[in-house]
Design a protein around this ligand. Structure first.
Ligand code: NAI
Length: 258
């Protein structure tokens, strides 16, 4: 078995479901000790028990990424348990799709707080230790919505464009001090969140087929395909890649029209 993250420690937010769970599984298989952050304590605890089979430390922390105090105390718990934090994966996120004129104030807030301020809360909490050691790799999970606009999805793309901006800005800010900050931008990936969105469509099966047909590769992406990109960026193999974004969308966002 390869161990591309041998002796590394990682925090993964949103680890209780979908892409975050896939990243946590892959990182544990590749030799990392992992801390699973999520709102949903039961899902991350079940996953933590499963991941201990790989022989590394694994802890589940209940933390709402929108709450700086909760984030700070969970990060302190990880520092005490693992001794240090090498990698942060900001994966927790929510879909908020609305007509701009009927969007409720609280939904704008939830979208920005979770998808944009949340990653910043995590980065602020882990950076002091990373800077002290002059080492840290951060990967933010953005979206194709951070590159292209799909009508009807407001204000999610605003937050994801912001997250790519945060990545570039902080990536440059700390580059000389051994910190790399990159983002990844998945297209449609089959996760519980994507399943829930499909289920809300008038004809879920027809929408699933329509979505697959829109992609040059004619299929929807899998969480593991995102996890492998996160693994590469979080590993020292990517040591000259910083303040960048990698699209994982089967080529869809490069098309003009058919
Ligand atoms: P998911 O809904 O399956 O998993 C998200 C996890 O984040 C859940 O376990 C949830 O409890 C957790 N979470 C939500 N709000 C949180 C908060 N405030 N604090 C802590 N944890 C919180 O979603 P999925 O599909 O796996 O998405 C993961 C990330 O990937 C998100 O950032 C999403 O925007 C992004 N993404 C997903 C795509 C897709 O097609 N599935 C496409 C592009 C981006």
């Amino acid at each position: 078995m390869s161990a591309r993250l041998h002796n590394k420690t990682a925090i993964i937010t949103g680890a209780g479901s979908g892409i975050g769970s896939a990243i946590a599984r892959l990182f544990a298989r590749e030799g990392a000790s992992v801390a699973l952050f999520d709102l949903d304590a039961s899902a991350s605890e079940i996953l933590a028990a499963e991941l201990k089979q790989y022989g590394q430390q694994c802890i589940a922390c209940t933390a709402d990424v929108t709450q700086p105090d909760q984030v700070q105390s969970a990060v302190l718990q990880v520092q005490k348990t693992f001794g240090r934090i090498d990698i942060l994966i900001n994966c927790a996120g929510v879909n908020v799709f609305s007509d701009p004129l009927v969007l409720k104030e609280e939904d704008w807030q939830r979208c920005m707080e979770t998808n944009l301020k949340g990653p910043y809360n995590l980065i602020r909490s882990v950076l002091p230790d990373m800077l002290a050691r002059q080492y840290g790799n951060i990967v933010n999970v953005a979206s194709v919505h951070g590159h292209r606009i799909i009508p009807g999805a407001f204000p999610y793309p605003v937050a994801k464009h912001g997250l790519i901006g945060l990545t570039r800005s902080l990536g440059v800010e700390y580059a000389a001090q051994g910190i790399r900050i990159n983002s990844i931008s998945p297209g449609l990936i089959m996760t519980p969140a994507a399943e829930a969105w499909l289920a809300s469509c008038p004809d879920p099966q027809a929408e699933r087929e329509r979505q697959a047909a829109l992609l040059p590769c004619k299929r929807i992406g899998e969480p593991d395909e995102v996890a492998y990109t996160a693994l590469f960026l979080a590993s020292d193999e990517a040591r000259f890649i910083n303040a960048s974004d990698i699209l994982i969308d089967g080529g869809r966002s490069q098309m003009y029209h058919e």
